[in-house]
Each structure stands twice: as structure tokens, then as C-alpha cells.
Design a protein around this ligand. Structure first.
Ligand SMILES: Nc1ncnc2c1ncn2[C@@H]1O[C@H](COP(=O)(O)OP(=O)(O)OP(=O)(O)O)[C@@H](O)[C@H]1O
Ligand SMILES: [Mg+2]
Length: 271
């Protein structure tokens, strides 16, 4: 599907990153960051960062404060332009040539920390609004939904665990439920890649566990990149974990591997 979207006439054809040739065929990267450097007044927030995310994978990114995790997401979503390096979505879509709306349109969605739901609308209506391209509440809520669109909303309600709350106003939801609704709103846009920065901050223990289940359920359908400081949460969803430090990848692997890596222990203790 991405190939069809990515094959824009006249778009430069990317040969595929060098490291890609070493990846086994089972791994199909969808996001390629290579040698990405971002400087703020001479300080390198990202320092030749190279990172590949596979199609459908759930990747956790950890690292001490200031490691560059949020900046990495800013580069992928077009909010920040690197000084150097390349960022590709699929084999052919050069993210550095696209602006933020075009990147979102191509299928890379980002969940910000503060939920931005329409408080006065119901949960169902929020999902309906998220699906529409015309964002005017009035127009949207009086247009008829097709059966297919209704099914899509119901499916997302199930995924985010809000079916029983579908007719409640979003403003009445708990903090955790609002976060799930916002994830649901992003899912309505059928993203290929979903970036979530600190999703469980401010959540109760139970909400955190539910969020873990929700993110795990997306595996295989979307590539999900999760940045989080809550290590218990990371452990509960971890597949491959990437540790960032000073703007580069310090190490990557299973949670137990990275946790026992002396270099990782050192940066965390030193932080
Ligand atoms: N717009 C900016 N201007 C100047 N410096 C910035 C800017 N954005 C980020 N930085 C700096 O870049 C470094 C990396 O920041 P970033 O927010 O990416 O870290 P992070 O890994 O997300 O940290 P945290 O875990 O605290 O969220 C930090 O030292 C930060 O102060
Ligand atoms: Mg951050």
C-alpha cells in the first residue's frame, strides 16, 4: 500500500540505505533515518543518528533526558529539518522534501502528550470528526455516515476500549480515556506509522496497563514508535528497544539485553 502512495511521479528514486542490504528479508523497513544531525546553536541534539523502523513493528525508544528522542520525532514529522542526513518513508518518499501536512497525509501520525479532543462532542463524534477531511464540526456531524464508515468507527472504539463510552462527551472522560480517544482519532486516519511520545505520563497504574495492551494490539497493523521513561511500562510492551544517548543510538536489542548493557547502566546512572 505504501509503495503505491510513495510512488510519486518524478520523485527521486532512493537506492535503499546501505545497511538495508544486511537486513534479513523478513524485516521490511518503512522508516529510514541515516546520519541525521540536528544542531541548536552548535549543540547537537541529534548526532549522525541512524535508525530503521520495520513495517508493523512496535519499537520502544528510551534514553535519558535530552537524548534526542523528541527531536527524532520532530525530524520524522517534518517539524524540524536536520542539518545533515536523510530521512525516508518507504524506499522512495524523501521526508526532508515534505512539509508537516504532507507527511501526515502520507501516513505518519504523531500523538502529542496533551490530548486534543473535542470536549463537547461525544466519543463517537470525535472519531467521526477525525475521519473527515472537512474539519468543520457542523458540516461533519450532519453528513450521513456510510455503513463502512460506521464499521470503521466501531472497530476503532473496540481497539481503544471505548465502546461503552461512545455516547459520552469527551470532556467527561478520565485523562487515560482521553489519551485512548486521541489514539483512536489517529487510527481513524489509518496511519502507517504512529509516533507516541510519553503516552503513559500522568496515567494511573491501571490506565498504564490498558495502554500497554492497546499499543500491543496495534502491532502488525501499524508501525508504532513509543518513547517512554516509565521502564515498567516499556518492559511490558518491549520488543526491540533502542537506547538513544547524546543524539545517537547507544545500543539496540531486547529489553533484558539493553538493561544489562554496562554502557546503558552508565548513562542512566550518570544522568
Ligand atoms: N528548539 C530547540 N532549541 C534549542 N535546543 C533544543 C530545542 N529542542 C531540543 N533542544 C535540545 O536538544 C536536546 C534534545 O532534546 P529532546 O527534547 O529531543 O530530548 P528528549 O530525549 O526528548 O528528552 P526528554 O526525555 O527530556 O523528553 C536537549 O538538550 C534539548 O534541550
Ligand atoms: Mg522528549
Amino acid at each position: 500500500m505504501i509503495a503505491a502512495k510513495a510512488e510519486i511521479p518524478g520523485a527521486p528514486v532512493h537506492d535503499g540505505p546501505v545497511a538495508d542490504r544486511r537486513i534479513e528479508p523478513a524485516h521490511k523497513p518503512i522508516l529510514y533515518l541515516e546520519e541525521v544531525t540536528v544542531s541548536f546553536d552548535g549543540f547537537r541534539a541529534l548526532n549522525a543518528l541512524t535508525l530503521y523502523i520495520d513495517e508493523g513493528e512496535l519499537r520502544c525508544i528510551i534514553g535519558p533526558n535530552g537524548a534526542g528522542k523528541t527531536t527524532m520525532m520532530d525530524v520524522v514529522t517534518g517539524k524540524t529539518r536536520p542539518d545533515k542526513g536523510t530521512a525516508f518513508f518507504g524506499q522512495t518518499l524523501d521526508l526532508l522534501t515534505l512539509d508537516e501536512p504532507a507527511i501526515a497525509e502520507a501516513g505518519i501520525c504523531r500523538k502529542f502528550q496533551k490530548p486534543s479532543v473535542f470536549e463537547k462532542q461525544t466519543v463517537f463524534e470525535n472519531l467521526e470528526l477525525a475521519m473527515r477531511t472537512d474539519k468543520r464540526v457542523w458540516t461533519t456531524l450532519f453528513a450521513r455516515l456510510t455503513g463502512e464508515q460506521r464499521d470503521a468507527i466501531h472497530e476503532v472504539l473496540e481497539t481503544v476500549g471505548l465502546t461503552a463510552h461512545r455516547d459520552r462527551r469527551a470532556g467527561e472522560l478520565s485523562h487515560g480515556q482521553k489519551q485512548w480517544l486521541e489514539i483512536g482519532m489517529l487510527l481513524m486516519q489509518e496511519p502507517k506509522v504512529l509516533l507516541v511520545d510519553e503516552p503513559v505520563a500522568g496515567m494511573t497504574h491501571q490506565e498504564t496497563e490498558r495502554t500497554a495492551e492497546l499499543l500491543l494490539s496495534l502491532e502488525g497493523k501499524h508501525s508504532v514508535v513509543v518513547v517512554e521513561h516509565d521502564m515498567e511500562f516499556v518492559r511490558s510492551i518491549a520488543r526491540k528497544v533502542t537506547v538513544l544517548h547524546e543524539g545517537s543510538v547507544l545500543t539496540e536489542g531486547r529489553m533484558d539485553e539493553v538493561q544489562n548493557d554496562p554502557r546503558v547502566i552508565e548513562v542512566y546512572l550518570g544522568a
